[in-house]
Design a protein around this ligand. Structure first.
Ligand code: XUL
Length: 527
């Protein structure tokens, strides 16, 4: 058996990607989009509406149903899951699922009832806070104080206390719902929750994703007693010790064997976070290559030669599933901001590219947008702050082409501004994610970074990374051999920088910095 399956439970969809290491082919790459296939969860973009825009949760049962749907779709498309030699996966980072009854006593899921009906009674919290939640500033301050300050937190965990990170989210749950907290036996990340479903057992978090919780001691590769104490009483009993990303955490449960045709005993390798998984899928697990991922969140990340932290306090250090660490900066206003502009001006993605490539010029004639349609992570903005500056027509919303360029230029300039601390080579830049095939967006990125920008042949680098990790852990395949075959760059889509734009963007960067600082000052952002 030479096939490996990678799953990616991201914000808006669940993807299954099947590789064949013998032929070097991607045999299936299929996504279930939550908003389209599971409308009854009322989560058109993968999360639930809330009157407080800082509160962003998803229904974990939606992910359970999506898992069954995506496997069913593969079978319907003619994939024989009995050929799969190993499975691994990835999940959107930081999101957490709370169980009153651990998965430890499941044994095997019953074929008599849908999986969601078997999982539902185990939950101690109906919804799962996800990475877009920014409602825990008070808890971040409390954890920081209890842990001995920002610098100590960064020294232990690689990040300051961050609103979306799991530790502050756990503390908020403990404070707001003490009775539900008391009956919580087990806490999962999205990644370990999905792996637990597949194995019908309680699967630990891997070290890559565990680093996004404000709970891990990065140096010791285990939970930090000081941070556990600073977060919530009794927390250590609710978390399993984290494991290396290559750990075999169980086998595919008989439920999936019977229902979808997996071979009995198919090994499951620890799931990790979507960004660490993408690092592998992009073939960037060794220092020296930076990746820009344009998804629901935009992220910029790179493997690190030596651990380094962000002096501004926005960036993070996560575990690299291939060993060592990775640096990452995350922006909440990624595709949601691009989609907001496209929708408002009725622009298709082709029209978006056309507007950038042929109808506007670098620097956008001084028209500039602060693209904060939802509360931002980098820099921290507690409320949406979308602001338009420039000509009267632009500010009044009468210049669709300039609007398309404005959102992309601002995002690229922000990516550059907040990733300087990473210190790895940004030439070339590998790009992935839904928007990475848009030639207009690639052009702006290349010019802003003054670097060649190259997408991969395979889209969905996170699911690909999961399949590659399974191939490595189960089949013993070599990283270089795997990524050489599956993570090949689509060189015909590469975009080289235009050196004549360097000065224009230096000026645009100064202008954007000033506008951003003004808005931050108005919103009283201290940190
Ligand atoms: C990374 C982050 C997001 C999520 C969703 O820190 O919050 O990129 O992983 O993709």
């Amino acid at each position: 058996m030479t096939s490996y399956l990678g799953l990616d439970a991201s914000t808006q969809s669940l993807t299954a990607l099947l590789i064949d290491v013998h032929t070097g082919a991607v045999r299936a790459n299929h996504s279930v989009v939550f908003g389209e296939r599971l409308p009854r969860y009322q989560s058109p973009k993968g999360f639930l509406a809330h009157q407080d825009r800082r509160v962003v949760h998803s229904d974990p049962l939606m992910w359970v149903e999506a898992l069954e749907l995506v496997l069913g779709d593969l079978v319907e498309a003619g994939v024989n899951l009995g050929d799969v030699a190993g499975v691994s996966g990835a999940g959107q980072q930081h999101g957490s699922v709370y169980l009153a009854r651990s998965f430890e006593d499941v044994g095997s899921w019953s074929l008599d009832r849908p999986l969601r009906d078997q999982v539902a009674p185990r939950l101690s919290r109906r919804t799962a806070p996800i990475w877009m939640d920014s409602s825990t500033s008070a808890e971040c301050a409390e954890i920081t104080a209890a842990a001995g300050g920002d610098d100590r937190l960064v020294a232990i965990s690689g990040s300051r206390a961050i609103e979306r990170f799991t530790g502050p989210q756990i503390r908020k749950f403990y404070k707001d719902a003490p009775a539900d907290w008391a009956r919580t036996r087990e806490i999962h990340l999205v990644s370990s929750f999905m792996a637990s479903l597949l194995t019908a057992s309680s699967v630990p978090t891997d070290l890559g994703d565990a680093a996004g919780m404000n709970l891990l001691d990065l140096g010791a590769a285990t939970w930090s007693p000081a941070l556990l104490d600073a977060t919530a009483p009794g927390l250590s009993a609710k978390l399993r010790p984290p494991v290396s990303s290559a750990t075999r955490v169980g086998v595919v449960d008989a439920y999936f064997v019977r229902k979808f045709g997996f071979a009995p005993g198919t090994p499951v390798i620890a799931f990790t976070g979507d960004n660490p998984s993408s690092l592998i899928g992009m073939g960037a697990s060794r220092p020296g290559t930076a990746v820009v991922s344009l998804g629901t969140s935009d992220t910029v990340f790179a493997a690190m030669a030596a651990p380094r932290t962000d002096p501004q306090g926005f960036g993070h250090v996560f575990g690299n599933p291939a060993g060592g660490f990775m640096a990452l900066a995350c922006f909440a206003n990624g595709s949601l901001a691009r989609e907001a502009v496209a929708q408002r001006f009725g622009l298709s993605w082709d029209a978006f590219a056309e507007a950038i490539l042929n109808r506007t010029r670098p620097g956008n004639n001084g028209n500039l947008l602060l693209p904060y349609f939802v509360p931002e992570i980098t820099p921290r903005l507690p409320a949406p702050a979308e602001r338009w500056f420039g000509s009267e027509n632009f500010v009044d919303g009468r210049e669709p082409d300039a609007a398309a360029r404005a959102v992309v230029e601002a995002q690229a300039l922000n990516l550059r501004h907040f990733s300087g601390w990473i210190g790895e080579a940004f030439e070339p830049i590998l790009v992935t994610g839904g928007a990475s095939r848009n030639p207009g967006i690639l052009r702006v990125l290349a010019d802003v970074f003054q670097a060649t920008v190259v997408p991969l042949k395979v889209s969905n680098s996170s699911a690909l990374g999961a399949a590659l990790r399974a191939a490595r852990a189960v089949g013993g395949h070599d990283w270089a051999d795997l990524t050489g075959r599956f993570s090949a760059p689509a060189t015909h889509l590469a975009v080289a920088p235009d050196p004549t734009t360097r000065e224009v963007y230096a000026e645009a960067a100064r202008e954007l910095d000033q506008r951003r600082n003004e808005v931050m000052a108005k919103l009283f952002v201290k940190r």
